[in-house]
Design a protein around this ligand. Structure first.
Ligand SMILES: [Zn+2]
Length: 453
């Protein structure tokens, strides 16, 4: 701008001192602007007729300078506009949108039900980089065939969708331990709840369906008309970083704790009772009691743990020959939960008042510190009200049933009868064993009392 004014001033000076001469009107280019050279006789805006040719030239030059100034202003405006849309300038506008879309992307990807084909394979590959080796080995040895939560959710959904199960016609229920580790975000019960809708909780301590026949009936009466019941029953067990079965490090706790606390507590309580009976010593409250609850005391307030203790005992025969005691207890708990669950299904009044079909997924939930939980499917069956209508969905969904011999030991009764169970089997078998055991115990006690007398 300053440079232009200097040029204009110098040309004004040169022309002003030049000798007067009359010029014919002619077009000439000056600084890219076409101008008309002035001549004597022009009329100024004030109405004054200028006869002096030098004065007329100066007046004309001023007009040219104004035009050029106008052009300069237009160029300036254009340059400002250009700057506004320059990449750096654009970035300041685009950056907030990028931040918002990146955050939205992050929220979508980290949602527990985020999904696309092949995601499970990626998850498994990433998981292998994070897990604790000893925990993974113990998991695979004692709970063979266990899978990631998301894999189970997908496999189950594929089978159920083929059978016409939708979130609209299905009511989902669980019989799992109330322990908070079983409802972790992104793990099996959470994923199934997201997929199928609400969750009717049937389970008490250890995953035993303590809501009973009344609870089961209530659940059955909430199912959509001619709808479907889909129920997951699963005891749980922790497998910690060092491969110890029954241990779990919980969020913001320095020490490991037991999982399932109810199952292990009941087992320890049984051992303690057994030792007490043998030694006939006074029973002292120790860490071994189930959550510090002593058998025989506060029974009414601790119905669940006392019930587990009374029913678990008959199933622990052979535990001393098993490779890992807590593993054995866990499978015994599974057998206990399955028995009571299926008994309730068979005996609860009005189960078929609304639902046309029930599908049951049974297994063991393995809570892990790193790399997410695992689920070992052990039963996947469906049936209608009609007796003998049970269809086994296990093989088409998960493949072959796992061999439990390495986990439980050779020749164990628990192994032999393990998979010999379906949605039509009543728990009489165990009831008989329990009765036999109770008779034996009573006889033994009577004998001891007689000896003392
Ligand atoms: Zn538990």
């Amino acid at each position: 701008m300053a440079m232009f004014l200097a040029t204009a001033a110098s040309s004004l000076h040169v022309h002003a001192s030049a000798p007067a001469r009359a010029c014919a009107p002619q077009m000439q280019a000056q600084n890219g602007v076409k101008t008309t050279t002035a001549q004597a006789g022009v009329v100024t805006p004030t109405g004054r007729k200028v006869e002096d040719s030098d004065y007329a030239r100066v007046w004309q030059l001023n007009r040219n300078a104004n035009t050029e100034l106008e052009l300069y202003r237009v160029q300036e405006e254009f340059r400002t506009l250009k700057e506004r849309v320059s990449p750096t300038r654009r970035a300041t506008f685009i950056a907030p949108f990028l931040v918002v879309s990146a955050y939205s992307g992050y929220v979508a990807v980290t949602a527990p039900d985020f999904d696309f084909p092949g995601l499970d394979s990626i998850k498994e590959a990433v998981r292998k980089l994070r897990i604790d080796g000893p925990a993974e080995r113990a998991n695979n040895l004692y709970f063979p065939g266990s899978l990631g939560s998301s894999v189970v959710d997908h496999l189950v959904a594929a089978t159920l969708e083929k059978r016409g199960y939708t979130a609209g016609n299905t009511l989902f229920a669980t019989s799992t331990c109330p322990d908070e580790v079983n409802t972790r975000v992104g793990e099996l019960t959470d994923l199934l709840k997201i997929r199928w809708g609400e969750n009717f909780g049937l389970g008490g301590l250890g995953g035993v369906p303590f809501t009973g026949k009344a609870g089961f009936s209530a659940y059955a009466h909430h199912v959509p008309d001619q709808g479907k019941m889909f129920i997951l029953f699963a005891p749980h067990v922790g497998v910690e970083f060092d491969g110890k079965v029954g241990a779990l490090r919980r969020v913001n706790q320095a020490d490991v704790s037991t999982a399932c606390g109810a199952a292990i507590g009941a087992y320890n309580g049984i051992i303690k009772d057994f030792e007490k009976e043998k030694k006939e010593k006074a029973f002292d409250v120790g860490d071994d009691a189930a959550y510090g609850v002593v058998a025989g005391l506060d029974d009414a307030f601790d119905a669940q743990i006392q019930f587990i203790k009374s029913r678990l005992r008959a199933r622990l025969k052979g535990i001393e020959d098993s490779p890992d005691r807590i593993t054995y207890v866990t499978y015994a708990m599974y057998s206990l939960v399955r028995e009571f669950f299926i008994d309730e299904l068979l005996l609860a009044p009005g189960v078929w008042d609304f639902a046309g079909e029930v599908t049951v997924l049974g297994g063991i939930m393995i809570n892990r510190g790193k790399g997410g939980d695992r689920f070992q499917p052990l039963l996947f069956q469906t049936r209608t009200q009609e007796a003998g209508s049970t269809v086994d969905l296990y093989e088409q969904t998960f493949g072959q049933l796992p061999d439990l011999t390495p986990a439980l030991g050779e020749g164990q009764a628990l192994v032999d009868e393990f998979f010999d169970y379906d949605l039509e089997t009543t728990g009489e078998r165990w009831e008989e064993k329990l009765k036999e055991m109770q008779v034996k115990e009573r006889l033994m006690k009577e004998r001891m009392t007689r000896k003392e007398a």
